[in-house]
Design a protein around this ligand. Sequence first.
Ligand SMILES: [Cu+2]
Length: 162
Amino acid sequence: MPTSPQMLWLLTAFISCVSWAGGHHADGHHHDGAVSIGEVGKADQVNRTVVVTMTDAMRYTPSTVQVRKGETLEFIVRNTGKVKHEMVLGTTSDLKAHAAMMKQHPSMEHSDDNMVSVEPGQEGHILWHFSHTGKVQFACLQPGHFEAGMKGVIQVKPAKAM
Ligand SMILES: [Cu+2]
C-alpha cells in the first residue's frame, strides 16, 4: 500500500504530540512547539551539577552546555551582576514569545519549573531532565536582555551506549 508509510508518519507525529501535551506540567505559559525540551527533574535523580554564571554584560558562562539524553541536571544559576537576571529554558519560539510578553509587562513576576529569576548576588536552581535529543535554548527574559544577546544553548546528544 503506497499510503501506509505516510499514515505511519502521521500516526507517529500524532502520538508524539499527545505525549508532549500529556507529559508536560501544568504551568502558566504555553509551550506549543513541536519539540519537547524535557521536563522538571527529580532531586534524587540528578546526574550532575552545572554552574551557570550571569552577568550585567548580558552573558551566561558557559553559554553552551552538553548533555546526554536521559540525564537530569541541576543548574546552579549565579547572578554576579547588579540587576536581576534569569535563566529560562525553552524552544526559540517559546522564548521569543515570552520575551515579547515580558516587554509588555516589565514588572510581571513569573516563575515556573523551567526557569529561575535570580536577584543580584544570589543564586537559584533549576532541576531539569532532558528526555529528548536536540537543542534546548535558554535566555534571560528581563526586558531587553534577550535582545542584548543574553542566551545560550543546551545540546542534548543521544544517550551513551551501555
Ligand atoms: Cu538578564
